[in-house]
Design a protein around this ligand. Structure first.
Ligand code: GRG
Length: 325
């Protein structure tokens, strides 16, 4: 498996999907649709949508092997709308996080933040519109598979909702007002602000990919010996996402403390300046690196419990542990 080539293939699919599944910038009101595309098209690592595509592929390929179906392609729903939907929600959260009432940042994905490029109201509305678009896209794209549409919408709504992404952001803002957040508060923030969406990416990919299973296999009647059944596999994906998500956040804290603004494409050193409680502040750089390595190992172990060949996902998770931005 050529990791760089596979990653390039998935990222190119995501970029195509974003263009395909977003209203054209000229759609009235053009200023709003231009702002939505401005933030989305600025790039970013595309981690979450690539996780959706790669996980769907992992399960689809494994199911094809299980059922010995030669050409399974027509039976697997297209995971691309799900990948685009999660990137829309992620990008909305970045736009809103950058607003003056939250993190008040000028730089994102190597460009001026949305409110700097446009204005605060336009940035707020572009975030709102991206969030709403994600759910419309899921409902529309998977209308022919209502059970799948329901599961995807529920998964994304849970991950992005008040108990998870938004809740994590709320506690993060509250923690900033206190001298020190406790390790328990820090875990709540990161599990929800960061890990929830990464967990959802794995699970959404799994939900799409598992549709490739012949019904008898999905019911657990003809599983190969030792194979686990559907809900267990989703729980395993969730565990992979939770650990990768936490590792991702620890690395984010380390990068904030060690990398420069040009490399990150966002302002570096903000945590120390704000005296924010982070993994680095609580445990130091070396221990934080050890924690990230342990969490990464747990995510990798979960991937190896899944059916199929996780070589790409394995390499992707590993690459996140050594990322420079
Ligand atoms: C406003 C509801 C709401 C939530 C905001 C995303 C977020 C929550 C805050 C951003 C600040 C931050 C450092 C979050 C933790 C890590 C994280 C999600 C970083 C950004 O994700 P990347 O690195 O970004 O995958 P790219 O640009 O590569 O997509």
């Amino acid at each position: 498996m050529d990791f760089a080539a596979e990653l390039k293939r998935h990222v190119a699919t995501v970029e195509r999907g974003l263009d395909l599944h977003l209203p054209p910038a000229t759609t009235r009101p053009a200023r709003l649709h231009t702002a939505m595309r401005y933030s989305l098209e600025a790039g970013g690592k595309r981690l979450r949508p690539v996780l959706v595509l790669a996980t769907a592929e992992l399960f689809g390929t494994a199911a094809a092997a299980e059922s010995k179906i030669e050409n399974l392609e027509p039976k697997i729903p297209d995971p691309l709308p799900a990948a685009v939907a999660i990137e829309c929600v992620h990008t909305y959260s970045l736009i809103h996080d950058d607003l003056p009432c939250m993190d008040n940042d000028d730089l994102r994905r190597g460009r001026p933040t949305a409110h700097k490029q446009f204005d605060e109201a336009t940035a707020l509305l572009a975030g709102d519109a991206l969030l709403t678009h994600a759910f419309g896209l899921l409902a529309e794209s998977y209308a022919a598979a209502p059970t799948l549409a329901h599961a995807l919408i529920r998964e994304l709504a849970d991950a992005a909702g008040s108990r998870r992404l938004v809740g994590g952001q709320m506690e993060d803002l509250l923690a900033e007002k206190k001298a020190d957040a406790t390790p328990d508060e820090l875990e709540f923030i990161h599990l929800n602000k960061t890990a929830a969406m990464i967990e959802a990416a794995f699970v959404m990919g799994g939900l799409v990919g598992l549709r490739a299973r012949p019904p008898s296999v999905a019911r657990g009647e003809t599983l190969r010996p030792g194979a686990v059944s559907l809900p267990e596999e989703l729980a395993t994906l969730r565990r992979a996402g939770r650990n990768l998500g936490l590792a991702f956040q620890v690395i984010d804290d380390i990068l904030d403390a060690t990398a420069d603004t040009a490399t990150l494409g966002k302002t570096a050193g903000k945590d120390a300046k704000a005296d924010k409680t982070t993994f680095v502040k609580l445990y130091g750089i070396d221990a934080s690196r050890r924690i990230a390595a342990e969490l990464t190992a747990k995510a990798l172990a979960a991937l190896h419990e899944l059916p199929g060949d996780p070589a790409f996902l394995h390499a992707l998770v590993q690459s996140m542990a050594v990322r420079g931005k």
